[in-house]
Design a protein around this ligand. Structure first.
Ligand code: PAF
Length: 289
């Protein structure tokens, strides 16, 4: 596996692959790889001749007071893990390489960036869209893969690709969970033992309302489901709901009633410090996340 830190070298390696007729898949990441990332890499390996993984903790997508400085980073650990997955190139640029002095462009996907995570993270999705557009222009991949855990991010990126005519296939990979159901995230590393135990309440609450939806009897209303999830999570020590909503999995519009496209989406603060998100389709038989 090649470790590349400059855009010039990245373009040269990819031009060589292209001259040999190879297809290219991109997996954008901020590093500190867990099994979720590794499964995105595996999926890319199955779909493209060459796989590029980018590792860049993008300052533009962190707001004031967020965890930019604390975000876990260990390049040699991640290199080792990516290499084991058969990744061909790890692109790990510096901030200066990505945002040289004078950088002033920002891409905003207006409606989809508002609400849900966008409500408490007003600059986040413009930062994501901008860095992903830059990576798309640098790598010019045939396809790019993103995790469905970040459901709003995936919707924002799909919309950007459509609006800006990127000729790139966007694939979503199902959310990957720990054995006890906690969605895998680099941010789980911030949790101490007790917080990690309490964080199980997210999946417990999701499972409980999904059982209600698929169970016998009248289908619960959206308000009943979101109230129950909120109650279960807020009753767990140190856990506070930031939002719980039932939305359409494509448009992210609030669902008035539950249907096969409805996903329950939530963000929870653990001890006011660690922000976790999760989501799941409400009909388990069609659940792919
Ligand atoms: O999902 C992430 O890790 C990041 O938001 C992404 C897509 C790599 C952009 O920085």
């Amino acid at each position: 596996m090649k470790l590349v830190k400059t855009i010039n070298e990245l373009r040269n390696v990819i031009a060589n692959w292209r001259s040999e007729g190879k297809t290219v898949g991109l997996v954008p990441t901020m590093g500190w790889f867990h099994l979720g990332h590794l499964s995105l890499m595996k999926m890319a390996k199955g779909k493209a001749d060459k796989v590029v993984v980018s590792l860049f903790i993008n300052p533009m997508q962190f707001g004031q007071g967020e965890d930019l400085a604390a975000y876990p980073y260990d390049l040699s650990r991640d290199m080792h893990l990516a290499e084991k997955e058969g990744v061909d190139l790890l692109f790990a640029p510096s901030s200066e390489e990505m945002y040289p002095e004078g950088f002033q462009t920002s891409i905003t996907v207006k409606n989809l960036s508002q609400g849900l995570c966008g409500a408490s993270r007003p600059v986040h999705f413009a930062g994501v869209a901008t860095v992903v557009a830059k990576l798309f222009n640098m790598v010019q991949p045939d396809l790019a893969i993103f995790g469905k855990k970040d459901f709003q991010q995936l919707a924002v990126i799909r919309q950007m690709v459509k609006d800006l005519n990127f000729n790139i296939e966007i694939l979503g990979h199902p959310l990957v969970r720990e054995d006890d159901g906690l969605a895998m995230s680099s941010r789980n590393s911030y949790l101490n033992q007790e917080e990690r135990r309490n964080a199980r309440c997210l999946y417990r609450a999701i499972t409980s309302v999904r059982e209600k939806v698929s169970g016998e009897g009248t289908e619960p209303s959206v308000a009943q489901l979101t109230d129950e999830v909120t109650r279960m999570i807020n009753a767990t020590s140190g856990c506070a709901v930031e939002y719980v909503e039932v939305v359409d999995k494509e448009t992210l519009q609030k669902s008035a009633t539950i249907n096969r496209n409805s996903i329950i989406v939530l963000a929870v603060k653990i001890n006011g410090r660690v922000r976790l998100i999760d989501n799941a389709l409400l009909y388990p038989e069609e659940n792919d996340s």
